[in-house]
Ligand binder design. Structure first.
Ligand SMILES: [Fe+2]
Length: 414
């Protein structure tokens, strides 16, 4: 019999559970409650007291559980991932952190058959790594990329320690080496995205470095030039598609979508777009000061952890204090206000309505959207349509004129 993990957050007090609940103990699944019984406050407390945050449902009850879930928990009819990965076990949590923090995701399109790699390439599937390519398989000898490299659909990652080798590899992908007159537009953007991701990663590792801010400014300038030149295709080409959540992917997505939304809102001057873009790229820079195990926690945050995460906004401003003169004043609005809400229910200052700067409103919408369409260990990415539908439930929080522009912008791309 197969058992599926379900977060206790997905059980509602005072409802009838029409499925059996099992608890995992010493690698066995033990029946905790029979089906068709009410789930009481007392039962929930008993689970919490024993630090049980995940229970299990057997495969013959899956349909009952799904029916219960859509009737009692997620009534929006938006398809959600309802079974949590097995992160309730310490061993799996450690594996997850080790993979997430020590490996860097790369785009498979940069691996061009016939080119030689002197770094190791792995396919990542949940908590497993599969060594696909590289010197560690060949007694230290570099390996040629095979023709069938793109057949695997797994996320491709490399070791953080081998990023310099990957960076060097990318510089060889020139038209001459590729035996073509021009690099295709798609490959051009893929390479630009990869290099930009590396720049953002460096900024997060050393946010006080003026050199890194200069590199970030260069990335934003190229983005702005490209978006101004080809408005309709660019956001799609820049978007890092549904991947595991990594701060640097998220930062780049928020940056390019914010610039696009800024243009639709009437910002046509390049200096304005540069200010918005840099602020959007750095909006979560404060996360670099927070324990990565909290930022990347594969599950729901405790109240205390949530308070720590909220601190990333002010941390970001403090971090950049020493290099303030290298960053335009208006860029700080994106960093400081991307979690504020028009209703006054945001943070850190609970600003309301017009007290939130345009850059704060733009990055607020884009930040929320990108979080919804990204995979997290405890939730699958929503489709863009479902994300926008869900956002329409928060009309008091987000500028509705901007929301309309945002929907138009995403519609134009698709
Ligand atoms: Fe944030």
């Amino acid at each position: 019999m197969k058992y599926f993990p379900v977060a206790t957050d997905n059980l509602r007090v005072d409802t009838i559970l029409n499925f059996k609940i099992y608890i995992r103990a010493n690698n066995k699944f033990v029946l905790f409650r029979k089906g068709n019984h009410p789930f009481s406050e007392e039962t929930l407390h008993r689970l919490q007291e024993n630090k049980v945050h995940t229970v299990h449902v057997s495969e013959d009850d899956i349909e009952n559980f799904e029916k219960y879930y859509y009737e009692n928990v997620n009534k929006s009819n938006i398809k959600a991932e309802i079974f949590v990965p097995p992160f309730d076990q310490q061993e799996n949590r450690e594996k997850y952190y080790s993979l997430h923090l020590n490996y860097f995701p790369i785009e498979r399109e940069t691996l061009i058959p016939g080119f030689i790699v002197d770094f190791n390439v792995y396919g990542k599937n949940d908590l497993e790594l599969d060594h696909i390519l590289g010197p560690d398989r060949e007694e230290g000898r570099p390996e040629t990329i095979p023709e069938d490299i793109h057949e695997s659909k797994k996320l491709i990652v490399i070791k953080n320690a081998e990023i310099p080798l990957y960076r060097k590899y990318l510089t060889q992908l020139t038209p001459e080496r590729l035996n073509t007159k021009d690099i295709s537009t798609e490959l051009y953007y893929t390479l630009f995205r990869e290099n930009s991701k590396l720049v953002v990663k460096e900024i997060f590792e050393d946010p006080r470095s003026g050199d890194n801010i200069q590199k970030a400014t260069n990335v934003v300038e190229i983005l702005v030039d490209n978006i101004l030149n080809q408005e309709n295709t660019f956001y799609n080409l820049m978007k890092i598609m549904s991947h595991d959540y990594y701060t640097y992917n998220h930062s780049l997505n928020v940056c390019s979508l914010s610039i696009g939304l800024g243009i639709l809102r009437g910002l046509k001057r390049k200096p304005d777009l540069l200010e918005l873009g840099l602020g959007a790229l750095l909006h979560d820079i404060g996360n670099s000061m927070i324990d990565p195990c909290i930022i990347n926690k594969p599950g729901k945050l405790t109240d205390e952890e949530y308070r720590i995460v909220q601190g990333h906004v002010k941390e970001g401003i403090n971090l950049l204090e020493g290099i303030r003169n290298q960053i335009p004043q208006n860029s700080f609005f994106a960093i400081l206000q991307h979690h504020e809400k028009l209703s006054g229910l945001g943070y850190p200052y609970k600003l309301k309505d017009e007290r939130i700067h345009l850059f704060g409103r733009i990055t607020g919408i884009v930040n929320f959207y990108d979080a919804l369409v990204s995979d997290r260990p405890y939730k699958k990415a929503l489709e863009p349509f479902d994300a926008l539908k869900l956002m329409s439930d928060y009309q008091e929080d987000y500028d509705q004129c901007l929301m309309k522009d945002f929907v138009v912008m995403l519609g134009d791309q698709s």
